[in-house]
Design a protein around this ligand. Structure first.
Ligand SMILES: [Zn+2]
Length: 472
């Protein structure tokens, strides 16, 4: 350590000084007037502000005395393959919406458009406090990697992969990336190689298959095994609706999660997205096998998945399953705000069970931080504010009505906040959002580029969006 010769101070790059600090460490310690010292990418000390300002001299001090400081938020399910936000025709449920709007949009994207969407989505996530996310399968992987590196966000990513030989059949699916199971597994292996060759410290690989009835058992099992062998993460959409359950019961005589278990495709390297339709016994199958989950409450609500009736969130939490919160794609959440996901994740099960303790505010914060990092197999690096971990940190501005009065930051964060109050964001020690402005990308340019691309894509798939009311 470099010491200031005159005063015996240790030099660091950054000191966050003051305010409420939720560490999310093993003991879940909270400081009323905390501080975090950062050198390079890493947290070197966490403690009382009064102690740390005595010990360290920082190149930059950020006064967080009027802020609430938390670990960077984790988004466990966010597509970079995008479609025009707000343009999805209303009134469609999961399978129909995917086949008539989402897949055709995905198939229409060029490499340049994919890059622009990736830059836009990551910029939006950082603006709302997310520092780490899981991308469940993109196209034009190289272009996405470039966009990720530009944005400065932490991400697990892989190539969109399916063989269209699953229980829902190939009807209505686009002629896009259709391949034999072996070729699909090759694409997944190459995806890992491509991400590892890119060799970016903030980017890890994922074995991304689509699921939702579009993948054969050979591909699903192969993906789960590949993730284990390569110490990666197999990611797929599973048990996403009652219709998917009915399809698999018809074809396999088993429910979707039950069937994955039967073929041996559940293991600790598997992340299951959605999981809104579970039977009681399937909770045990998830817990026993060590699989992980991303819960996407606003997506479940918009697509009328029945998550309040067929979800098993309190049971999954009680069983110790690592659960992340996600926002899914453009038109199923229309936002990328994990604060809003926390609120829904805490409140929906209470109403469903008529039990105010069904999911606690503390459990919602855990899902958005340390549990989310575990779900993504990245808690060795991120998810809590502790010495030795990378400095992924989100600071909320409390100078507005949503955060005040401020007696219990956990309650205000879960029930009252939105991502708009995010003030400063660090990823691996770098300030990527500074006083609510992105430091790495030009926000207006990114927004304009995406609106232009949206219009091109909508013209290609023949949809003209707008309100159902007369537009004058
Ligand atoms: Zn999804």
């Amino acid at each position: 350590m470099v010491e200031d010769a005159d005063r015996g101070l240790v030099e660091v790059d950054l000191l966050l000084a003051g305010g409420w600090l939720l560490t999310m460490n093993e003991r879940r310690e909270v400081y009323r007037d905390g501080a975090v010292a950062v050198r390079g990418t890493t947290i070197v000390d966490v403690g009382q502000r009064a102690n740390l300002v005595e010990r360290y001299r920082a190149r930059r001090v950020i006064d967080t005395s009027r802020m609430v400081v938390t670990p960077g938020l984790v988004n466990g399910h966010r597509h970079l393959l995008c479609c025009p936000k707000g343009a999805l025709p209303e009134g469609r449920q999961t399978l129909e919406a995917l086949r008539t709007f989402t897949y055709p949009c995905f198939a229409a994207l060029t490499e340049g458009q994919m890059h622009a969407y990736a830059l836009h989505a990551t910029a939006e996530m950082i603006r709302f406090g997310t520092t780490t996310f899981e991308e469940p399968g993109c196209n034009h992987l190289e272009a996405v990697l470039e966009a990720l590196a530009t944005s400065g966000i932490r991400c697990r990513v892989g190539p969109w992969t399916w063989d269209q030989r699953g229980p829902s059949g190939g009807a209505d699916l686009p002629e896009w990336l259709v391949m034999e199971p072996d070729a699909a597994l090759d694409r997944l292996r190459k995806g890992i190689e491509t991400v590892r060759a890119f060799n970016h410290p903030l980017i890890r690989d994922a074995v991304t298959i689509e699921g939702v009835g579009t993948c054969s058992d050979t591909l699903t099992l192969g993906a789960a095994k590949l993730a284990e062998e390569a110490d990666s993460l197999a990611v797929l959409h599973k048990a996403t609706s009652e219709r998917e359950v009915a399809l698999e019961l018809e074809v396999f005589g088993e429910r979707p999660l039950q069937h994955m278990h039967s073929i041996g495709a559940l293991n600790p390297w598997v992340l299951l997205n959605h999981m809104t339709s579970l039977a009681e016994f399937e909770v045990d199958l998830v817990a026993e096998t060590g699989a992980r989950i991303s819960q996407n409450p606003s997506s479940a609500l918009k697509f009328a998945k029945g998550t309040t009736q067929t979800g098993k969130w309190p049971e999954l939490l009680a069983a110790g399953v690592p659960i992340a919160l996600g926002t899914d794609a453009e038109n199923v959440s229309n936002h990328q705000d994990i604060c809003r996901s926390m609120q829904l994740a805490a409140l929906l099960p209470r109403d469903a069970r008529r039990d105010p303790n069904a999911v606690t505010a503390e459990q919602a914060v855990e899902m958005a931080t340390i549990s989310g990092a575990k779900a993504l197999r990245w808690d060795d690096v991120t998810g809590s504010i502790e010495a030795g971990k990378e400095a992924d940190i989100t600071c909320f501005d409390t100078e507005d009505f949503d955060w005040r009065p401020l007696h219990n930051p956990v309650a205000n964060l879960v029930y009252g906040s939105t991502g708009h109050s995010v003030h400063t964001v660090l990823v691996a020690g770098e300030v990527v959002l500074d006083a609510k402005r992105l430091t790495r990308v030009d926000e207006e340019q990114v927004r304009e580029a995406v609106e232009r691309i949206d219009r091109e894509v909508l013209a290609t798939i023949g949809i003209e969006p707008g309100p159902s009311w007369p537009v004058l």
